[in-house]
Write a protein that binds this ligand. Structure first.
Ligand code: PMP
Length: 424
């Protein structure tokens, strides 16, 4: 097959007629498929259903002498701290174990900056004239929305193959109105990139003008390999400490994609001084989080090695789904030279860059044919992709049979929108 940009107008016209017919056939099937959000599939949820058979005996409700059924232990069960610390490679006392969602802890951290200020804030952020926040893009839409909702000005930082463009970050932090940055350092959402050691070291060594500049280090996919073995990852807290910036980072993680999304446990990890400051504020807000669920997770996941065994079972379900998507793109789209994509080895997404100016149109066509995808632009601040190019594919939810159809529809729509843009 000749690449579309190299075709003559006549050849493109003929191809358009063929692809249009293909599209009409898909439409006639009345499909209802969804590749919009990174939700685990039913098979993955079934995998962990034995978590509910634990805790039958009264003794199962006691952890390190603590009755988990009662109030207390604001910062979480020591055993849950040990579990997260081992997974993240930090120290247990640096971990605060929260409720069912890390996004809530992230929101709350920003919110505390806004209402009270963070540890080194000269004043609460609500009293600042103007706050700017760095958003490596493409990135996670919910991150961007949190900072947008507080009225911060979102600054797009380009992503490179090894993480955020650190030249751009180092330049941006010279502005004292820049108070922080969002990062998904391992299997970034949506590119599936692992930040390189060099990027991580430069991040930890930043010398921002704002004394309360905060790295929001969302390690949501820290153990989420679906191809190959677990990839070791540096401890950002130790690196920040070594660089003289112990209080500059909050790290986040959860078991949303280990056990149950919305029914798991979450944490933040930070320096001793940040922990003391946050605990003081949090103690007014909540008596303690759900320690019963923390205990359930400690009993179920046990330790890092045992958790990684479970992640291998997830990988056996996720791997074929990702291969199905990437293989279809390699086969159907690569020869046409109308898009590029990454081949991630972990995380929950495939990030595809369609021909500039065609992402919105492609996804509108998908919708017409019954395939729901993440909105075009969602991976950029304010939901606006300046190139109208990035498409986030989330292959985890549909079973492989449905996924095969969904990705075939997407390929047809990519072809159709590219042909329209090139002129037929
Ligand atoms: N961070 C990232 C990067 C995510 O992709 C997601 C879920 N899609 C979350 C956080 C949400 O995590 P939680 O369920 O712990 O709020």
């Amino acid at each position: 097959m000749t690449a579309y940009p190299n075709m003559t107008r006549e050849e493109r016209g003929a191809e358009y007629t063929r692809v249009r017919q293909e599209f009409e056939l898909w439409k006639a099937k009345g499909l209802k498929l969804n590749m919009a959000r990174g939700k685990p599939g039913k098979q993955q949820l079934d995998l962990v259903s034995d978590i509910f058979s634990l805790m039958q005996d009264p003794q199962d409700y006691v952890s390190d002498g603590i009755d988990v059924r009662n109030y207390g232990e604001l910062s979480g069960l020591p055993a849950a701290k040990r579990l997260f610390a081992e997974i993240l490679g930090c120290r247990p006392w640096q971990v605060f174990v929260g409720g069912n969602a890390s996004l809530q802890l992230m929101y709350d951290t920003i919110s505390k900056g806004y209402t009270h200020g963070l540890l080194h804030s000269p004043r609460p952020w609500c009293r600042e004239e103007n706050i700017k926040w760095l958003c490596p893009a493409p990135g996670y839409d919910r991150h961007f929305k949190v900072t947008e909702s507080f009225g911060f000005e979102l600054i797009t930082i380009p992503m490179t193959d090894e993480g955020p463009d650190m030249d751009a970050v180092e330049e941006a932090v010279k502005d004292s109105a820049v108070k922080g940055i969002w990062c998904v350092p391992k299997y970034s959402n949506p590119d599936g990139i692992i930040y390189s050691d060099k990027v991580i070291r430069r991040m930890a060594a930043l010398k921002p003008a704002a004394p309360d500049f905060t790295i929001m280090w969302d390690n949501a996919y820290c153990i989420h390999e679906f191809e190959g073995d677990y990839v070791k990852f540096p401890d950002i807290l130790a690196l920040c400490e070594q660089a003289g910036n112990p209080d500059m980072v909050f790290e986040f993680a959860s078991t949303s994609k280990v056990t149950l999304p919305g029914g798991g446990i979450s944490c933040f990890a930070c320096s001793e001084a940040n922990m003391a400051y946050m605990e003081k504020l949090l103690s007014i807000q909540v008596i303690s989080f759900d320690k019963v669920n923390q205990q359930r997770h400690v009993l179920y996941l046990k330790d890092k090695a045992h958790t990684l065994e479970l992640m291998k079972k997830h990988a056996a379900i996720m791997g074929p789904k990702f291969r199905c998507v990437v293989d279809a793109l390699d086969r159907e789209i690569a020869p046409l030279e109308i898009a590029s994509w990454q081949r991630p080895k972990g995380g929950y997404f495939v990030s595809l860059n369609a021909m500039p100016g065609t992402a919105k149109r492609t996804l509108a066509l998908c919708k017409e044919a019954g395939v729901t995808m993440t909105d075009a632009g969602a991976t950029f601040p304010y939901g606006k992709d300046p190139q109208d190019s990035n498409i986030r594919i989330a292959p985890s939810l549909p079973p492989v049979e449905e996924l095969e159809q969904a990705i075939a529809v997407l390929c047809t729509c990519l072809k159709l929108s590219a042909l329209e843009a090139l002129g037929v």
